[in-house]
Design a protein around this ligand. Structure first.
Ligand SMILES: [Zn+2]
Length: 482
């Protein structure tokens, strides 16, 4: 089993019904690219204790950094938002800058002479810098000089609607121009006696650690919503345990979880949740812990405290459970327990159109109509295991007969074709042609942590577990008073 990248990210992306706004795109972008690389050097400087509240120090720090970054801009940089152009961002390497918790370079903002005007403006459709300069009666020859600066011109010749510019000028004569290039860098062009000077300004991200605890009464998602976990973090959480826990059928009343995760801030402003550092899930009497490890190639993965991978050859629930609301009713017996024996499969009641995922890497050996099963896909995994997905409303356009699929890849959509009275996925798992209960069958595990990383992993586990434990202890009191 080769998984260069976590299927979690493929599996548990927010469902397509959720709008991915610019900010969301940005958030995925940061989290996907930057965080794994950032995390290792961060450990020693991260706040050692998790906290529900944002630490005031951090805010002060963020303000200090803000001032440091823009010493000549007298107002705090209120304009930094996550909305600078995605296009320009794609073209530019985001080199995540150092995360600094030091403010030793702190300089008080320089007071500007009162005659200096300060413009913060957003590029409108059809705008060019030329038009903007004319509109605000700014010196066009200053613009011409700036456009000739080799480091600056690529960022000035093309402006994109939505981009923000901050311009300081003295009665139209330019003093400085500031433009965000991407999330972590900006360009600043400043007039000196000798002429214009271009400076690439680093806009450091700051990573804070946060912990959360939830108890499940109805579903993981409802409980997560109650404690204010972001969709991203709850999906990451579910993704980490997807090989051990069937989030549709395994969840029981009072199941609980702890999660220690990162949050990304810039200039004191929350940008997004980052990755999960560690998590614990208490499900139906068993406890599963997961610790993140990032190897030297920057690959991030989760392991049990003793170094076993949480990945397995098959995920437990091959259906996008995020679409299944209220998936647990403590007062009702799971009908499935009675039906497994009868028809040798597992049924997941789900709305029509819910994505159905390949439980493991495999090859499509059947795709078509199969009597009572209706529209069905059968996957072959290795030489002796097959999985079957029945009653599909439709097949995914990329799931073609004979094609290989990877774990978590959508192969079809829930429906009620064949002998079905309501939309559901009927799922079967066969070993050497014999039906097995996919919810309880022993699954081959992925490779444990590589020997070369084992020592550093084990060394990193203790403080993380300790952090989780300290947080748990703070949660014990309210629990026991229930
Ligand atoms: Zn069935």
């Amino acid at each position: 089993m080769k998984h260069p990248f976590s299927p979690i990210r493929h599996d548990y992306k927010p469902s397509p019904t959720k709008k991915a706004g610019k900010k969301n795109i940005l958030i995925w972008f940061i989290a996907g690219l930057g965080l794994p690389l950032l995390a290792i050097p961060l450990y020693p400087i991260l706040n050692p204790l998790p906290s529900n509240d944002i630490v005031t120090n951090d805010q002060e720090l963020a303000i200090a950094m803000e001032i440091k970054e823009n010493p000549a801009i007298s107002e705090p940089q209120q304009t930094i938002k996550a909305n600078s152009s995605d296009k320009s961002r794609e073209k530019l390497d985001v080199t995540l800058s150092k995360i600094s918790h030091e403010n030793s370079n702190f300089h008080p903002p320089l007071a500007l002479p009162p005659s200096h005007d300060h413009l913060t403006l957003e590029i409108k459709s059809g705008d060019s810098l030329d038009r903007i300069f004319k509109r605000y009666n700014l010196n066009l020859s200053d613009l011409a000089v700036m456009l000739d600066l080799p480091e600056a011109s690529p960022y000035l010749k093309k402006v994109i609607p939505g981009d923000e510019l901050t311009i300081e000028h003295d009665d139209g004569d330019l003093i400085s121009l500031y433009r965000e290039i991407n999330l972590t860098t900006a360009i600043k062009i400043k007039k000196h006696l000798s002429g214009f000077v271009t400076e690439i300004v680093q806009r450091p991200l700051e990573i804070r650690r946060k912990a959360a605890y939830g108890t499940i009464v109805t579903s993981l998602f409802e409980s997560a919503a109650q404690i204010g976990l972001s969709d991203k973090t709850v999906m990451n959480l579910a993704g980490i345990f997807a090989w051990d826990i069937d989030f549709v059928l395994d969840i029981r009343l009072k199941d609980s979880y702890y999660v220690l995760f990162e949050q990304i801030y810039q200039n004191g402003e929350y940008i997004s949740d980052g990755e999960i550092v560690a998590a614990e899930f208490n499900n139906n009497g068993r406890t599963i812990q997961a610790i993140r490890y990032i190897d030297q190639e920057g690959r991030s993965d989760y392991f049990s405290p003793d170094g076993h991978s949480l990945r397995k050859a098959f995920i437990r629930a091959p259906v996008d459970f995020t679409r299944i609301s209220s998936n647990f009713n403590p007062r009702r017996k799971h009908p499935i327990l009675n039906t497994i024996r009868a028809h040798r499969g597992v049924d997941y009641a789900a709305p029509r159109g819910t994505p159905v995922k390949a439980a493991g890497d495999g090859k499509i050996i059947f795709r078509g109509n199969k009597n009572g099963y209706g529209q069905t896909i059968i996957l072959q995994h290795g030489s002796n295991i097959t999985t079957l997905y029945a009653h599909l409303n439709s097949f995914d356009k990329n799931a073609l007969m004979g094609h290989r699929v990877i774990q978590g890849q959508t192969v079809g959509y829930v429906g009620m074709t064949g002998l079905a009275t309501a939309p559901h996925l009927h799922y079967e798992y066969r070993l050497n042609g014999v039906h097995r209960n996919p919810r309880t069958v022993n699954l081959p595990q992925a490779e444990p942590i590589r020997e070369e990383y084992r020592e550093t992993f084990l060394a990193s586990v203790t403080p993380i577990i300790e952090e989780l434990l300290q947080y748990k202890q703070t949660q014990v009191a309210p629990l026991s008073s229930e």
